[in-house]
Design a protein around this ligand. Sequence first.
Ligand code: AP5
Length: 606
Amino acid sequence: MLHSSPSSSFHHTTTLHPSPSPSLLSASSPSSSRHAWLPLRHFSFQTRPLRLNNLHIHNHFALTSPKALKVNCSTSEPLKIMISGAPASGKGTQCELIVQKFGLVHISTGDLLRAEVVAGTEIGNKAKEFMNSGRLVPDEIVTAMVAARLSREDAKQRGWLLDGYPRTFSQAESLEKMQIRPDLYIVLDVPDEILIDRCVGRRLDPVTGKIYHLKFFPPESEEIKARLVMRPDDTEEKVKSRLEIYKQNAEAASSSYSNITKKIDGSRSKEEVFKEVESSLSQLQQSKGKILKSGEMEIQRTLEKSILDTKKGSGSSRQDKWRGIPTRLNNIPHSREIRQYFYDDVIKATQRAVNDGKTRLKVDINIPELNPEMDVYRIGTLMELVRGLALSFADDGKRVKVCVQGSMGEGALAGMPLQLAGSRKILEFMDWGDYGAKGTFINIGSIGAAEVEEQDDLYILVAPQNAVGNCIIDDLRAMTNAAEHRPVILINARLKDLPGSSGIMQTMGRDQRLKYAASFESCYFFRLLYYAGTQYPIMGAIRMSYPYRYELYKRVDDPSGKEKYVILSTFLERPTTDEINDAFEGKPRNETRKGSGIWGFLSGIF
Ligand code: AP5
């Protein structure tokens, strides 16, 4: 059984279009030549000196201007893999094999940095002291290099294999900000004692870039053996310190990828390890193709149906473009990008409705962070949403009043709903922009007729709700009467009747109250679907953005655990539970229902 509850959304494949500085672009990585710090490099590095001041400019651009990065939603992208593990866990060794088999672009931060060191660039000189002592190179240097490398055409076309990055929480955060996420996060798991042995015995061929080990992979000839070199950070003492630093950061760095992590026992032979790596990547590659096909077919069918409906006169002719909803909705709290998606979605829908002359509107968005019944409820998300909406109208020169209901009730029942506690204060102290919007275009007030002033153009009411022993509807009605033709927008209102303090439901005037509550037209609706009685995992979602139709999405997972949402059907009116069940079961519309089936919703959820 499925039920709906407040929350959810989106995924993304990312095509980056920053304009990295030319100097950064020059820091290229060979696909498999890992140890380019060596004096005799004959691999494909074309390293030109980089200037640190260029780097800073670029880094700032990349991290603080995510809008400058173009993110395209697409399911047809090549593989994007991250490989992580302690020093000498075999990342470089496995990367060589992955590149041979899958043709991905290998981006190793260790290699990129060693190339800078060899070229004697400013970055290289700075990085050298950190690397030689086994410490991590400062985040801003490494992140700028990675962002520049990922933005290159080959990585976009062939897919990428990111090795040794992110290594800290802040590096992982930087990637999130740039909306760069892998399909799979591989962790090579190897016990400490083996790691030290591997590092101390590692030798590199400066001519071919090949990685050897004195014991495990000895060189093929005396000639090669004679030219092998050791990495300066491969002494036992430095390895121990690198290992310690790895352990301090590993958990935080990988936490964002827990649902797409594949832990592999890296203590086995390199062939055995690769067998498992290869099988995971092959499966992922296949499922990516399959999901794309079935998802596209479903969307195509829905589109055709919608076009047919429109021709029959039942559809909205304005629905000409489909958009997806965010993935990773099961990850809570949501990332900034996901929250921003919802803010933008609500703003656009509400603006369209107001521009169409609608004056009594409601936004109903029920993602977990906005659902006071879930323990992940976050007042900040509600406030950010309200601020974004208010500022969007203020930007158009409208004077907006943002209203929160005041204390209600008397005696022991005096107070306000817990969900709204402190919200008025937060609104007062929030940052309302640099141009002094607050006090001119934005004012904060409470709910009631007394708040309606001549100069106001529009009212946004923050989660107005009935409380035990008190009904907000009378104040609301007085306010909307006083506002007359001016738009009043309710955000996540809860206007259902509640029992009085004596526990008895007040029936007098109930009809009028319900009728009044229903007089607000939905301009935005978003609700997650779950199995009945659960709040995890999300099974699908319903979205409506004025003036378009209600869209029903179903969650489809690929084997790596990545979420995708495909449109199952669209509806002119909010779908009933039966309609949702039918769509999930793949039944054609209007077929007589026989029982509720596994997707049966609890009735009355809506
Ligand atoms: P980096 O070069 O990335 O070093 P690392 O992470 O310590 O990893 P290694 O290259 O030492 O080991 P590996 O896992 O690739 O193992 P390999 O395949 O070679 O980084 C170096 C430095 O750069 C860092 O210390 C830091 O200063 C800086 N840096 C890099 N990224 C950074 C970032 N994001 N932020 C900040 N600073 C950063 O194998 C090791 C040995 O084991 C070889 O001899 C190999 O032949 C052998 N071997 C491999 N697999 C097997 C197997 N299955 N069985 C037996 N032997 C094996």
